[in-house]
Design a binder for this molecule. Structure first.
Ligand SMILES: [Zn+2]
Length: 264
């Protein structure tokens, strides 16, 4: 049985689009068109979204997250993997480190939700359970896939999300680390929130591009992109391996309680 799986990628998405021979398509949504790239591997149809565009022309706080998640659901991709570049709040997680976060802290100030009408007809669905923001079954698939590919993937971590586009201050890094956060990024929370609202399973691989401010090392987009290049390729390899493993593992997935929640 074939499945359709979404993949949202950041910097370096171009090489994956080329590697999979994916072809571009426009998907109309109530929030504007989304450009997706479609390909097939094994028994899976892949719907790939370069979140910043293929030429990395869109910043995290200006991304049309609602359009992307809506488009993924419209194409039938009810399981969505992602690769998110981020900073490390831990000395021992150096640039190039990969992790499968198990929880998040959302400090973004930009309201991102499908439930933003003044009158909401379905309050029960709007106040959804977000105790576990990521799909446990997909995280397990990622962890097993990393083992199979020989990659080192930390099996847990707390991802803290800010709007950006600036990097954080040293005091913020000390504070966030004291809260128990391990990683800091700018894209993971909106995607996780909207995926849950849309009834999609979502699990990211966090790719460390820099140590947080004050922990040492270089902090610039160029340095981050360079540090992420090899690690992102490794993350994509893990995701593609995981896609071949998820059919059986997701049969009891608790993220999507049928019938799927209606979007407003
Ligand atoms: Zn799930």
């Amino acid at each position: 049985m074939r499945s359709t799986v979404g993949i949202i990628l950041g910097t370096g998405a171009e090489s994956t689009v080329a590697r999979l021979g994916a072809t571009g398509h426009q998907v109309g949504t109530p929030y504007g068109d989304a450009t997706v790239y479609r390909a097939s591997i094994g028994n899976a149809d892949i719907v790939l979204v370069p979140r910043h565009g293929l030429n990395h022309s869109r910043l995290p706080h200006r991304l049309n997250y609602r359009s992307v998640i809506w488009a993924l659901r419209a194409t039938g991709a009810h399981r969505v993997f992602a690769s998110n570049a981020c900073g490390s709040l831990r000395h021992e997680w150096a640039p190039g480190t990969l992790a499968a976060p198990h929880d998040l802290i959302d400090l973004t100030r930009t309201l991102v939700t499908f439930w933003d009408d003044e009158q909401v007809g379905d309050v029960a669905h709007a106040h959804n359970d977000f105790t576990k923001p990521y799909c446990a079954a997909m995280r397990a698939a990622l962890i097993h896939a990393a083992d199979a590919t020989g990659a080192t993937l930390h099996p847990a971590g707390v991802y803290l999300c800010v709007d950006g586009p600036r990097f954080e201050t040293a005091a913020e890094v000390r504070l966030f680390a004291s809260w128990g956060a391990d990683l800091i990024g700018m894209t993971g929370a909106p995607e996780a929130v909207l995926a849950r609202e849309a009834g999609l399973c979502y699990a990211p691989v966090a790719v460390v591009g820099n140590l947080g401010a004050g922990l040492g090392g270089s902090i610039s987009h160029t340095a981050v992109a360079e540090a992420c290049q090899a690690a992102t390729a490794q993350a994509v390899g893990i995701i593609l391996e995981a896609i071949g493993r998820i059919d059986a593992q997701l049969c009891t997935c608790p993220c999507v309680v049928p019938p799927e929640p209606p979007l407003p």
